[in-house]
Design a protein around this ligand. Structure first.
Ligand SMILES: *Cc1c(COP(=O)(O)O)cnc(C)c1O
Length: 365
């Protein structure tokens, strides 16, 4: 076997601004002594994100999971919430954590998003909302979902954890739905270490989310409702402010990585890609769908022998996770989850490594 000389290459590493740019912003915290509590840096981060993403509203919170939970709380949802089995566990566990029951609807095998044609059959008198995921930033069938939601008087909460920096029909994808929850976790395209946000399309809901994040306080610190603590600290907001000016570059790099992989892998008959619109995708992940789980394990091992680590994502299909929901068969999601993985893609990845990674994948014929 060929000897590897490079450092381990993981599926991702966080995109971080140069340290001095971060510490410069941190200095302000030491000067003012304001570390949290909707401080000046959090307010600045919200303002800059609104401008960069062209959003009318944003409520930045501690993480993406709390963002989903606050969205469910904001509408006081109960009963059943329809969601996708092909996602990260947080989508489903947030529903359960809020005392609701996740009801799965299978995905489309090409887009990997919830299949709207199967949603109506899952609606019962207990259904209160639909909570789809824009998988790997690929927009769901928004119009179809909205039509079903209107007809049955359901709320639509999007888990847009992957979908920062995606435009859909001339607007940010984060403006479609009743509340859109996103994540700024270290692994996401824009990160604050830990972080997330709720975007509400209705101004009253926006104000409610601000209160829910801050113990139920209004602007004058009167407690006018229930709430919890979902405030982002100034330390995290500072990291976001340092990272934001580099986000154009981060996006360009991810796209270049994706295109390099696609070029090298396109002729392999045992690999296919998620189907997406190139104008509405942020290229933050490099998912490949293999022809069998056996092949997937072969690729994972081949890479591992060479100090390169892909990741099974998402695996397993959430309908198989007994801790969050009773089993119901989801044949497409179960099948895809077994044979999909993400290849390394991150800002510091050397583009010259991609032909080498692809060469290893090709050896798995
Ligand atoms: C990352 C992620 C979340 C959770 O976000 P955190 O900020 O890590 O809490 C939710 N849903 C999906 C699909 C994710 O990938």
């Amino acid at each position: 076997m060929q000897k590897t000389t490079h450092k381990p290459i993981y599926v991702t590493t966080p995109s971080l601004a140069p340290l001095d740019e971060y510490t410069k912003i941190l200095k302000g915290i030491w000067e003012t002594g304001i570390v949290t509590h909707n401080g000046p840096l959090l307010q600045r981060l919200e303002a800059e994100l609104k401008e960069y993403l062209r959003l009318r509203n944003i409520v930045v919170v501690t993480n993406g999971t709390v963002a989903i939970q606050l969205a469910i709380k904001a509408f006081k949802l109960q009963g059943e919430i329809i969601t996708t089995p092909f996602s990260w566990i947080a989508t489903c566990s947030s529903i359960q954590w809020e005392g609701c029951q996740p009801v799965f609807v299978d995905v489309d095998p090409n887009t990997l998003n919830i299949d709207p044609a199967k949603i109506e059959a899952a609606i019962t008198h207990r259904t209160t909302a639909i909570l789809p995921v824009h998988v790997f930033s690929n927009p769901c069938d928004i119009e179809a979902i909205e039509t079903i939601a209107k007809k049955h008087n359901l709320k639509v909460i999007y888990d847009a954890a992957h979908a920062v920096c995606v435009d859909y029909k001339g607007r940010s994808l984060l403006e479609y739905g009743d509340i859109i929850a996103t994540s700024f976790h270290a692994t996401k395209i824009f990160n604050t270490g830990e972080g997330g946000a709720c975007i509400a399309t209705d101004d009253e809901v926006h104000k409610l989310l601000q209160r829910l994040r801050f113990f139920g306080h209004d602007d004058d610190k009167n407690i006018i409702g229930d709430g919890c603590n979902g405030k982002m600290t100034e330390i995290h907001a500072a990291l976001g402010l340092a990272n934001l000016p580099h986000l154009d570059g981060v996006q360009a790099k991810r796209k270049a990585i994706f295109e390099a992989y696609a070029q090298h892998l396109q002729d392999l008959d045992f690999i296919r890609f998620q189907q997406f619109d190139p104008n509405a995708y942020n290229y933050s992940y490099m998912p490949i769908i293999l022809d069998s789980e056996e092949r997937l394990l072969k690729v994972m091992n081949k890479l591992k022998e060479n100090n390169i680590y892909g990741r099974r994502y998402f695996y397993p299909s959430l309908n198989l996770v007994k801790a969050v929901a009773a089993y119901s068969p989801m044949p497409i999601s179960e099948d895809i989850a077994k044979r999909i993985m993400c290849l390394p893609s991150f800002n510091e990845l050397d583009l010259d490594m991609i032909p080498e990674i692809c060469r290893l994948v090709k050896e798995c014929v």
